[in-house]
Structures are given as structure tokens and as C-alpha cells.
Design a binder for this molecule. Structure first.
Ligand code: ADP
Length: 183
């Protein structure tokens, strides 16, 4: 792929909604097409770039602003980015949108609290419901759904591979990645 176009797929959704899972499928598929795609995963960012930040609104906003800053740097230099962080507050997502303009693609990875709690991939919902973890998004902390997401992916209704295929189709449609070469 020469002269790759930069863009940011900005995933937002509850813990366990499917952000990391879908980002990894997309990573594999886009890299196979020669993309330099980078992922900024919320859990990974909190281990390094945002180490020490907590879950107050102020710290969450700082975390998301840092992610947006890096996503902007990469995407404006032709590197596609997926951010996979809960990013619960609409105003900060809108800040990121303003910063990146039409490189910013908001993707709502939608699953209900009940579905995420049933999956409880990391065992966090049980702790949130028992009160062991405080300020848990969707349980004891706000989640503001996107109002104008470019793409909404309903992970209770489809398999991860289908979700990834929809996003690939969207990127092809917008001419942000070349159409797959059929063999
Ligand atoms: P997040 O990164 O949003 O916290 P994860 O990707 O870690 O969420 O976990 C999502 C869980 O939901 C995984 O166990 C995954 O297998 C499951 N799942 C079911 N359907 C989907 C789907 N369509 N897309 C993504 N994940 C799904």
C-alpha cells in the first residue's frame, strides 16, 4: 500500500462491549493489506502513557485527551489508528473530532450493561456490582452514548468477524483503504 491515508477509528463503548476484540481483527486484516495501522487500547495506554491516572472525570478526560493527541499525530502523518478506550464523555470525544476533522470516525461499539455484565470478560462487573470497584462506567459512573456516530456496531447481534467486516466495508466505501484484490 503506497501513500496510505491516515484516519482514526475512534471506538467508544462499555467495558466488555468488544472494542479490543474487534480492533485486533481489524489490525490483522489491515496489516495483511500492507497497512501500518496502530492501536491505542485504553487498557494498554493506562499501563504506560497514562500510568497513575484514575477514573475521576478529570483523569478520564486527561487520558482521552492524550489518546486523541497521539491519534492526531499518527493519523495526520498517514498512519491509520484505532483507539479502543471506553471514552465515556461526549464532550471529550467531540474535542477529538474537532482536532482531527474528517480523519475522525466515531464507532459506537454497542452492547448493553446486562450483556457486558454477562460476558464479564475481566471479572470487573461482579466487582462493580458488589461495590468493590467504584466509578465503574455503566454501573456507577456515566456513559454518554454517541449521538452522531459514523458507524454503530451492535455486538449483541453479530459475531466479531461480522463487525470487523462492516468496518472494512465502511473504510473501502470512504476510499480510505483500497478495495481488496480478489484472487
Ligand atoms: P472491550 O475492549 O470493549 O472492553 P473486549 O473486546 O475485551 O471488550 O471483550 C468483548 C467480549 O465480547 C469478548 O469476549 C468477545 O468475544 C465478545 N463478543 C461477542 N460478540 C462480539 C462482537 N460482535 N464484537 C466483539 N466482541 C464480541
Amino acid at each position: 500500500m503506497s501513500e496510505e491515508k491516515g484516519f482514526t477509528l475512534w471506538f467508544t463503548g462499555l467495558s466488555g462491549a468488544g472494542k479490543t476484540t474487534i480492533s485486533h481483527i481489524l489490525e490483522e486484516q489491515l496489516r495483511a493489506r500492507g497497512s501500518k495501522l496502530e492501536i491505542l487500547d485504553g487498557d494498554v495506554v493506562r499501563e504506560n502513557l497514562s500510568k497513575g491516572l484514575g477514573f475521576s472525570k478529570e483523569d478520564r478526560d486527561t487520558n482521552i485527551r492524550r489518546i486523541a493527541f497521539v491519534a492526531d499525530l499518527l493519523s495526520r502523518n498517514g498512519t491509520p489508528v484505532i483507539t479502543a478506550a471506553i471514552s465515556p464523555y461526549r464532550s471529550i470525544r467531540d474535542e477529538a473530532r474537532e482536532m482531527m476533522g474528517d480523519r475522525f470516525i466515531e464507532v459506537y461499539i454497542e452492547a448493553s450493561v446486562d450483556a457486558c455484565a454477562e460476558r464479564d470478560v475481566k471479572g470487573l462487573y461482579a466487582k462493580a456490582f458488589s461495590g468493590e470497584i467504584k466509578e465503574f462506567t455503566g454501573v456507577s459512573d456515566p456513559y454518554e452514548e454517541p449521538l452522531n456516530a459514523e458507524v454503530t456496531i451492535k455486538t449483541e447481534e453479530e459475531e466479531p468477524a461480522e463487525s470487523a467486516a462492516k468496518l472494512i466495508a465502511y473504510l473501502e466505501e470512504r476510499d480510505l483503504i483500497p478495495a481488496a484484490v480478489s484472487s
